[in-house]
Structures are given as structure tokens and as C-alpha cells.
Design a protein around this ligand. Structure first.
Ligand SMILES: *Cc1c(COP(=O)(O)O)cnc(C)c1O
Length: 461
């Protein structure tokens, strides 16, 4: 009994400590400005807790992509639409754009207002009655997406949108005896077991084998290989249900396919009764200079996946939208594919406001114009360092800069980070840095990035 009592008191004391700890954190979350002690506390807690409770690998990664002690840079607040500030007050122009989540900028006032307004009367839905914003958002997506895309299912991420797309294609095509899929080398579609089966990178896939069966990968942009794989598959009784493609490969390093690739893939789809799934999770919502990248190719997919920027950089939301012919498979039992938080009122409010901003502020046009300027300026600087810069490519504000090797890519991202510019130079594909700023980026900010790049490159040759 005695030892039990001691344990109880120990537990109580531990609980008191925990409550104090949460108070301390809730207190600094609520603060407008941090003092020196707050800053020290936050940095120490972040680094130590990443090491002990999240994954120490992240600290090693941060060390590899930054100079000196900067790995411990802890982000804290947004600064206008296109920049953010770390705990120590250093400002960064965000040319990573959360890999494409910040199309309408950081904390866009219209999106922020919609979410705050919604929060005033309801946060989440009952899960049983009809919730209005989900229905209204679905109508808006029908209006802005190409072709006959009409019915939407909402989840919380791009991965869930891809899972939904795979399941829709299966339920529709299974009865015709088709249940195989074609994806592409360099593709990224997510990391859940289903979506990972479509993703291509060996390092992400191999440890989790066997994945969902029936996925084949062909080289992206190679229409001959696509045709031959479809034919060969059907000859051996492994008929293709759907082909899943990114209109531009993002994670793969901003890879643009030949101009007529999508149209030709669509022809193959029509010939063999195959569904075309366009994964616009990164290319959608104005990023490439049109609302959806497939519009550049004049191709109407049967299923489209959206996420990332759909929530306006404020709420997570993903959507899979399909034609009535395909989606009607879910009509008899709407509970056949569900998720608790998907399509919740806060996320839908954010997405509706995002669509408003994209249309009213003509964001796709802005991406087109600013992208042209930015790409031409990056090329101008790249041309000065032809020995190390291989290519600048892109569409709208989805831009890739390819270097001669990984080492140079690393050094460039490090140098830019040092100068307060965040780009996507990743551990896996460091040869190409991705530049995906908010579509709201100002010309002066593009100029600052170009100037910094010039300085960084001049130090490398
Ligand atoms: C990011 C991405 C995904 C996965 O989205 P998550 O929200 O990270 O699950 C899927 N497809 C593409 C093309 C992406 O860029």
C-alpha cells in the first residue's frame, strides 16, 4: 500500500509538471511577440523533442541542408503572403511554397476570414445530417474542373485523393475484368500502401513490399512504351483499369512531358477502355498558369485528384472528382468509402474561399505572367554559369533548376537558405531544386531571389 501511495503522489507531481508545461506552451502560442526566454525555450524544446520523440533523422537532414547552427532554425510566424519568419526573427522568402500548398499565399486574408467566420458557429460536422459546405464545394469543383468531372469525395490529403481514385477505378473496371494500373517512373502519388504502389521511387517502396498488386511503371513521356505496355498487358490477361499521371512530375524534379503526350495517352485510353486519372495535387489550383494543368493539354481526365493548395494554405483538404459514369459506382452505398474528417466545414470554408481568390484575383493568369518573368530571369543567371547549371524549366510558377550534380544542388539550397530564401532541394533529388513560390509573389521578391542566386552561384565557380 505504501509504495502504491508513493507512486500515486509521484504521478500527481508528474501530472502537475505536465499541466505547467502545457500552460507554458499555450501561453507562448497566444503571444504576439516572444521574449528572449521564450525563444530559447522554444528552440531547446523543439530540437530536443524532435531528437527524443519525433525522429532524430530530421535533425541530421536539417544539418545537411543548412550552414553551421542554422539547422536549429525553428519556424514561427508568417510575414505577409510570401514570406515567413523564424523564432529568431530571420525572414525567408518562401520559394518552396510548402511543395505547392501556398498558391494563394500564407494566411490569405479572405481564406483566413472564411475559416474564422465558420469557426464562430461550427467547427466540425455531426457526421449524420447533410452538411452544406461540402455540397457547395462539390458544385464549385464541378464548375471549375474540365470536361465531365462532376462528383467529388473529400479527404484530408493528396494521398487520400489518390486512394479514392484507385478505388473508384477498381470498382468501375473490376466488373469488366480490368484491375491493373499503369503509373510512371519518377511519379509521386503519396506514401500509403495504395498510393505508394503508384509512386515510383524504389527507396520509398522496397522496404514495404509487397505493395498493392497490379501496378506497372513505364517511363514518363514515352508514348511508345505506354502503348506497348497496355497492349502486352491485355494480351496476357492483365487488362489495365486506369493510367495515373501527374501533368507535370513534381517530386520527380519538375519533369514536363512532351507537349502531345497527354493527348496521345488519352487516345490509348479511349482505344482500350482505360480510365485516365490526372493527379493534379501539385499542379492544380492555378499553379501552372491555368486552373488545372491538364487544360494546357486539352485533355479531359475521367478522375482528378486535388489537395495541397485546395485548402488555401490554411486547412488540409483533398478531393477526388470523377465523371458520373465512374462515380455512380458509389451511389448505391455512399458508405462504401468514407472518412471522418474529410470535407469538414472548416476545410470546405477554406477551399471555397480559395476558389474565390483564384477566380477573383485571376491567380492562374498571374502565375502565367510572373512565371514567364521568373523563368526568364533564372535562365539569364543560369546562362552565366553554364558549367554548373544544366537547365531551368517550368510552367507558370512550377519551376525546376537542374545542376550538374547533387553536390551543387545542395550548395545552392544551403547558400540561398543562408540568404533567407527557402527552395526545395531535397535529400533524395538534390540535383534539381524546385521553385514553387506562392502565386502572389511580387516581382521585387523574384528579383531578390534571382540576385541571391547569382551571388551564390558566383561563389561556387
Ligand atoms: C504531394 C502529392 C501527393 C500526396 O499528397 P499529400 O497531401 O502529401 O498526401 C500526391 N500526388 C502528388 C502529385 C503530390 O505532389
Amino acid at each position: 500500500m505504501i509504495s502504491n501511495n508513493a507512486e500515486l503522489i509521484d504521478n500527481l507531481e508528474e501530472q502537475e509538471d505536465l499541466i505547467d508545461y502545457t500552460h507554458k506552451v499555450l501561453d507562448f502560442i497566444s503571444k504576439d511577440t516572444l521574449n528572449e526566454n521564450d525563444r530559447k525555450f522554444i528552440i531547446k524544446e523543439t530540437v530536443n523533442n524532435f531528437r527524443d520523440f519525433v525522429n532524430p533523422g530530421f535533425l541530421d537532414y536539417r544539418k545537411s541542408v543548412t550552414k553551421g547552427g542554422q539547422y536549429a532554425a525553428v519556424e514561427w510566424r508568417d510575414a505577409g503572403l510570401n514570406s515567413f519568419i523564424d523564432v529568431n526573427g530571420k525572414e525567408y522568402i518562401d520559394c518552396l511554397g510548402g511543395f505547392g500548398i501556398y498558391n494563394v499565399g500564407h494566411r490569405n486574408p479572405k481564406v483566413l476570414k472564411a475559416v474564422n467566420d465558420q469557426l464562430k458557429h461550427q467547427a466540425l460536422h455531426s457526421q449524420d445530417l447533410l452538411d452544406p459546405l461540402r455540397a457547395i464545394l462539390a458544385k464549385l469543383l464541378y464548375e471549375i474542373t474540365p470536361g465531365k468531372l462532376q462528383y467529388s469525395f473529400f479527404g484530408n490529403s493528396g494521398t487520400e485523393a489518390v486512394e479514392g481514385a484507385i478505388k473508384l477505378a477498381k470498382i468501375h473496371q473490376n466488373k469488366k475484368g480490368k484491375n491493373h494500373f499503369i503509373s510512371t517512373v519518377g511519379a509521386f502519388h503519396g506514401k500509403s500502401l495504395g498510393s505508394l504502389s503508384a509512386t515510383s521511387k524504389g527507396v520509398f517502396r522496397k522496404p514495404f513490399a509487397p505493395l498493392v498488386s497490379g501496378f506497372k511503371h513505364v517511363f514518363y513521356g514515352d508514348i511508345d512504351m505506354m502503348y506497348k505496355t497496355v497492349r502486352a498487358s491485355s494480351m496476357v490477361g492483365e487488362d489495365i483499369a486506369a493510367i495515373i499521371l501527374e501533368p507535370i512530375q513534381g517530386e520527380g524534379g519538375v519533369i514536363l512531358p512532351p507537349k502531345d503526350y497527354f493527348a496521345k495517352v488519352k487516345e490509348i485510353c479511349d482505344q482500350f477502355d482505360i480510365l485516365l486519372i490526372a493527379d493534379e495535387v501539385q499542379t492544380g489550383m492555378g499553379r501552372t498558369g491555368k486552373m488545372f494543368c491538364t487544360e494546357h493539354y486539352g485533355v479531359e481526365p475521367d478522375i482528378m485528384c486535388l489537395a495541397k493548395a485546395l485548402g488555401g494554405g490554411i486547412m488540409p483538404i483533398g478531393a477526388v472528382i470523377a465523371t458520373e459514369e465512374v462515380f455512380s459506382e458509389f451511389f448505391p452505398n455512399p458508405f462504401i468509402h468514407t472518412t471522418t474528417f474529410g470535407g469538414n466545414p472548416l476545410s470546405c470554408a477554406a477551399a471555397i474561399a480559395t476558389i474565390n481568390v483564384l477566380l477573383e484575383d485571376k491567380m492562374p493568369e498571374r502565375a502565367e505572367k510572373m512565371g514567364k518573368y521568373f523563368i526568364s530571369e533564372l535562365r539569364r543567371v543560369g546562362n552565366k554559369y553554364k558549367d554548373i547549371v544544366r537547365e531551368v524549366r517550368g510552367m507558370g510558377l512550377m519551376i525546376g533548376m537542374e545542376f550538374e550534380n547533387d553536390k551543387i544542388g545542395y550548395k545552392v539550397s544551403k547558400g540561398l537558405f543562408d540568404k533567407g530564401i527557402l527552395v526545395a532541394g531535397t535529400l533524395i533529388n538534390a540535383k534539381t531544386i524546385r521553385i514553387e513560390p506562392p502565386l502572389t509573389i511580387e516581382k521585387g521578391q523574384c528579383d531578390r531571389v534571382v540576385k541571391a542566386l547569382d551571388e551564390v552561384l558566383s561563389n561556387l565557380v
